[in-house]
Design a protein around this ligand. Structure first.
Ligand code: HEC
Length: 147
């Protein structure tokens, strides 16, 4: 019986896990146009108004070398903020509220779908192991709420 419950929970987690990362990277590329005024990704990416977004998944907030962050962003990182699906969603929805005092002047992406898609796009430029570990964490978080 217990075994059965466990199997059910695991099955639910397995089913719902992809939903969290169901973004479409192709659509995300279009969403990223909104970020491109300030951010670059890819091989020749350079820091501009904002830091490069290569390897964003698993990166401590505020740590790209040579980029001058706000104190608020550096503090968020020092307090343990490591970029993952969840933090990116929170930050990209309302940058100003999520990290008060940070200096990204961007209103935010109101649509959850846009956030999903742009995260999926950015994941392509991150370490696949870090992305996989992040998705696993998401799955665990889901099964906790299912119980
Ligand atoms: C008007 C310029 C601008 C736009 C547009 C913009 N950003 Fe930013 N972004 C910044 C700046 C500046 C920072 C650094 C913030 C700080 O230090 O407080 C930043 C920081 C970030 C960080 C944290 C990086 C780190 O190294 O910790 C992420 C992630 C991010 N932006 C993603 C995005 C995404 C995705 C978009 C598009 C949906 C976007 N930004 C749009 C300027 C911008």
């Amino acid at each position: 019986m217990i075994k059965q419950i466990f199997a059910t929970v695991a099955a639910i987690a397995a089913l719902s896990a992809p939903a969290l990362a169901a973004g479409d990277a192709k659509k995300g590329e279009r969403v990223f146009k909104k970020c491109q005024a300030c951010h670059q990704v890819g091989e020749d990416a350079q820091n501009r108004v904002g830091p490069i977004l290569n390897d964003i998944i698993g990166r401590q907030a505020g740590t790209v070398e040579g980029f001058k962050y706000s104190d608020a962003m550096i503090e968020a990182g020092e307090e343990g903020m490591v970029w993952n699906d969840e933090h990116l969603h929170g930050y990209l929805e309302k940058p100003r509220d999520y990290i008060p005092g940070n200096k990204m002047s961007f209103a935010g992406l109101r649509k959850e779908e846009d956030r999903d898609d742009v995260v999926a796009f950015l994941e392509q430029y991150s370490d696949p192991d870090a992305v996989a570990a992040d998705h696993e964490d998401d799955a665990e978080g889901e099964s906790e709420t299912e119980e």
